[in-house]
Design a protein around this ligand. Sequence first.
Ligand SMILES: [Zn+2]
Length: 253
Amino acid sequence: MVRTGYLAGVLLLMIAVALVGGCGGTQLVSTDEEIKMGREAAEEFERTNGGLDRDPRRVQLADRIGRRIGAVAAQPPYTAYPYEFRALANDQVNANAFPGGLIYLWRGLYEQVGYDEDQLAWVAGHEAAHVARQHSVRRIERALGYELIIQLALGEGTTSEIAGAVAGLTLQSYSRDQELEADRVGLEFTHAAGYDPTAALAVIEAFRKVSGKDPSQLELLFETHPGNTARDNAVKAHLQRKGWSGKYYKPTG
Ligand SMILES: [Zn+2]
């Protein structure tokens, strides 16, 4: 009896998913499910990538920047995700985000930008933009499809297998357009949070140095595409359009 109910539920769900999926671009995973899935994947990721960084300076910076960036990123038109920024004990120059708002700033990143709060804030804003624009969750839905959706809908939680797959998918490169969008939305968040958005140019310069010196250390989410020159130009064009000046850039005219 239970078994029949279960199968009937799965069947109904598959029909529902097929109907929703037909609309194109509709979100299949609810916000609550997205947050839960992101948390589980992040735990798996954190365990296998150095763990939490306990250094007070880095933890405080992550907290302070996170509160300011998280508050603006959760405003309409974006979803009010419970953003949380953590320092990761890993020497790579990197940062990454999980669906639902968990974001990691890696130890190597702090070092590379000399603990500059405005520069860290733009990286945090860039990562928050990937979350707000739902770049990862859309990819996860496309890659895992029915299996993930059925597991979530049956309320059995995600298996460690799924959590691992989600973590892996989150660490893959974003597309060129997604990166440029995250750069631009990241500028908006940084500015709205009261930081100097022109610091983005200093970060791009810092990444240029890292990529020239040691490609293996290159930040996962800032790699090959779109390329530093293209990003630099796009950031400058946005600053120019907005008339935002700061330590690293003054709009002309
Ligand atoms: Zn990115």
